[in-house]
Write a protein that binds this ligand. Structure first.
Ligand code: SF4
Length: 113
């Protein structure tokens, strides 16, 4: 997940000076459209593709490991928040010793109150 954010920042850092340089060259009303399309094509679209690839690559871990039923597991980043490590299909960071079930609805309501 970190590499997606890293490359988004790199692309943003390259896009800002490029748009800045074009500001004086291109007519102002077209420049805004260039900015909007550039942000969509160079920053947002690659993020969505990389995120889909990330989810697809980690689908087995997200759905079919002991971690997937543990309340310390963050599915969006595929990381154990308790140990700050990434589980794999072959290795669980805690080896199952720290597993705690995801809370049921009643437990969640008690927390909210
Ligand atoms: S505590 Fe153990 S079972 Fe739970 S998410 Fe972390 S590594 Fe997985």
């Amino acid at each position: 997940m970190g590499h997606i954010i890293f490359w988004a920042i790199v692309r943003t850092a390259l896009l800002i000076p490029a748009m800045w340089a074009l500001y004086g060259v291109v007519d102002y009303r077209y420049w805004w459209w260039m900015v909007i399309f550039s942000v969509a094509a160079i920053i947002i679209y690659p993020i969505s593709i990389q995120y889909r690839i990330f989810i697809e690559e980690n689908k087995e871990i997200i759905e079919h490991t002991l971690c997937s039923t543990c309340k310390s597991f963050d599915k969006t980043a595929v990381i154990c928040m308790k140990l700050d490590k990434h589980p794999t299909l072959k290795e669980l960071p805690c080896e199952g010793l720290e597993w705690e079930p995801v809370g049921n609805e009643n437990e969640q309501k008690e927390i909210d109150i």
